[in-house]
Unconditional design. Sequence first.
Lengths: 212, 727
Amino acid sequence: MIWGVLQFPGSCDERDALHACAVASGEPARLVWHESRDLGGLDAVLVPGGFSYGDYLRAGAIARFSPAMEAVAEFAAAGGPVLGICNGFQVLCEAGLLPGALLRNAELRFVCRQAELIDERGGERLSIPMKHGEGRYYAPEAMLDELETGGQVAYRYAEGHNANGSVRDIAGVRNAAGNVLGLMPHPEHAVDPLTGSTDGLKVFEAMARVAA
Amino acid sequence: MSVEISKHRELGLTDSEYELIVEKLGREPGDVELAMFSLLWSEHCAYKHSRKLLRRLPTEGERVVMGPGENAGAVDVGNGHAVAFKVESHNHPSAVEPFEGAATGVGGILRDVFAIGARPIAILDSLRFGELDSLRSRHLLDGAVRGIGHYGNSIGVATVGGEIYFEEPYEHNCLVNAMCIGLAKTEDMVRAAAAGVGNAVVLMGASTGRDGIGGASVLASAELGEGDEAKRPTVQIGDPFEESKVLECCLELLEKGLLVSLQDLGAAGLTSSAGEMASAGGVGIDIDVAAVPLREADMEPFEIMVSESQERMLAVVEPSRVEEVVAVCEKWETGAARIGVVTDSGRIRVLRGAEVVGEMPVEALVDGCPLYDLGPAEPEGWIYGNRQTLAPGASPEEELLALLGAPSIASKRWVFEQYDSLVGSRTVRRPEAADAAVLQLPEAGNAIAVSIDGNGRRVACDPYAGTIEAVLECVQNLACVGAEPLGLTNCLNFGNPEKPVPAWQLDRAVSGLADACTALGVPVVGGNVSLYNEGPDGPIYPTPVVAMVGELPDPAQVAGSSFVREGDAIALLGPFEPVLAGSELAKQRGELAAGLPQPDVAAVAAACATVRDAVRAGRLASAHDVSDGGLACALAESAIGAGIGCRVDLQHLRERGCSPEDALFGEGSGGFLVSGERAALEALGATPVGEVGGAAIEIAAGDRSLSLPLAEAESAWRSLAGRVDSR
């Protein structure tokens, strides 16, 4: 499975994501420059963390208009698996590929810590780090009910781990078709026991099942 | 003449320095020249009160790839790779405007590291503020932490460690020292020396504005005082997004071999960068200010030459490669302007189009500043205040709680959780998990450890012994994770060197640093000096911040500082002779006085080697050096981290002549607290003192024996967050 990782000016985690994709799939991953529309030969796309274009207007608000994101929208519409992590999640929400929005953390501070997540499909507990200043998931009540009914809530923070004040402890969501996933915690930083955990690989495996 | 004199004084030059400039030029300097000389002859750029002292430091070593004089020092880590590192102060800007001051401090040190072709992989920070009960200190702490996080998080470089002390003498003049570590292929590294007559000088990155004009001379080379609010325009404004693009752009240019040399623009802007590049290369440079992209069209030539606008780099490029360089800059959406040319004149010429607006010999500008001898005088006794905060007759439990809750000792989680400590996937030991940060280097097949230290209070007690202790603390921290020192850098934060006492403190501290490094065989690969750190009540504590990088062969064999298993033995190792002098307890009792015992460097080095080897061999479950708050605090920290108590008897220290109080709370170099299997600890020559277990910290120490529930100790140690956010 060949992953492509988008790179915007201001991306921070793209090299970590490349490495994690390669570890998870066993095949080298490829960077996709923000001005490129070429996703040819890719089986899945990852929109990485960071501060795309400086995030000066609003996190993800500028990146959604990039040529690469236009191509990602088409790729997703055709059923291709797309994973957005942190800033990537924000970009996917801004682009309308995922429901809801990410607001400033409830305590108005950046927070970096290991978090426990619950995989809503099967209830498995994952240890994956979070690090963001704008990660408080929000959607209107009616939409939240719909997401829950439709099985679109992918991950929730375990009790005591919702450090950003996300509504209903939501850490990650899917689109209705199930091929686009976004989450605030960083599975690409959890693929090596030496740096803390390998639970992030399970998120990549879930995406591989979408591709299959 | 009288008008001119008042002008040079305003710019911080003395009358005799001005006369020397006239002599070297053979005429009176014009406005542009005077502005440029005043900055490069400032304390901040010329090191005129410290350069003679710094010659004492040992700078050579087998692993040194780049030493003092380059943008950053670098050491060989094997497999064709080098680790670059440097620490620099941004004290006065942070005291005036903490968010931007600290943010641009981080931005500046990052540029120093990628200027030599190394990709920044980690940031550490050493911060000093007044006591936490001061509203001003909480404001400065909050602003500095937000600023560091803003810049480091946004640019995607992990902040992996640091230290913070809160002491009254920093109330007016806080310290913000930022350190950056970078990794480079040795063959891709580049020096700052300009070369090749006829080569183009290209200014890359952000445009040039009026921000930060006079930062180096007005802010960094004089004492803070009344009216500092008015100095806010001299503080630079950071833009981490621009720096992120410039960083990636420069690394791509170097990888493609398109640059002859590269230099960042920091203090004194273009003046300093062009001057230093020309000086290092023994050439001249012509700069056309009309070619510099400006934020405001009506800027004067002198403003363009001294602006400290951030996120700019200066490169020397062969004329045939300029087009390719511009193309890479365009890809990264950052600026590139051909603003000058390398000449054989040995002079810096500033032009506006065809008109020459300034011209001076490089030698006079960069190396012509007179160096001054200090007039040191040892003060009689303790010159700083004493404030008693601990009631007389406190029980040992109350004392331990007061120490664990002291902001300088308490957990800094509130701080480090605001920093991304993970990006880059190298962080094997996160903040507070071990005594030093550990970063894996898959490129070299090993790992490095980094520690930054400098207890100003102890240096104030004895500048010579206190500085040696700071070096030893770093070596001990590295030993606890199994690392051996490769090199050291430092930032010397002191008061006004023209006054006898700060001069004496600086002189003694540099001697201590030199003697410790020589005895340990650790080369000093770079450094930074920040003087004139004073408030209305006098100088700050003399604060040499020491930063050390060490190597460890296997990132999987690293000990943590917390106990691991119930039932493990606890032992003490090393030439530890704790006393209350200069300790946190002495501070809280209001009993600080001049004088510290002299550390035995050779004995500490031997203990470090023992611990290092044991960690690498996997024989220790935990290793923690005994530092602030003494053995009782070290035990509490190891226990809190594990969530398991301990039972310890300090009879052994008392047999060595320590009083019960010294044994519990005394401080000094050379002590290691280790845990593991009893037989393994005894085989190292460590003295067993107890075992891991229970839900309390129980320490037998004669008439000062104590027993404290772990939960109470933890709640005191974790009390920082609640107190910072209280307004």
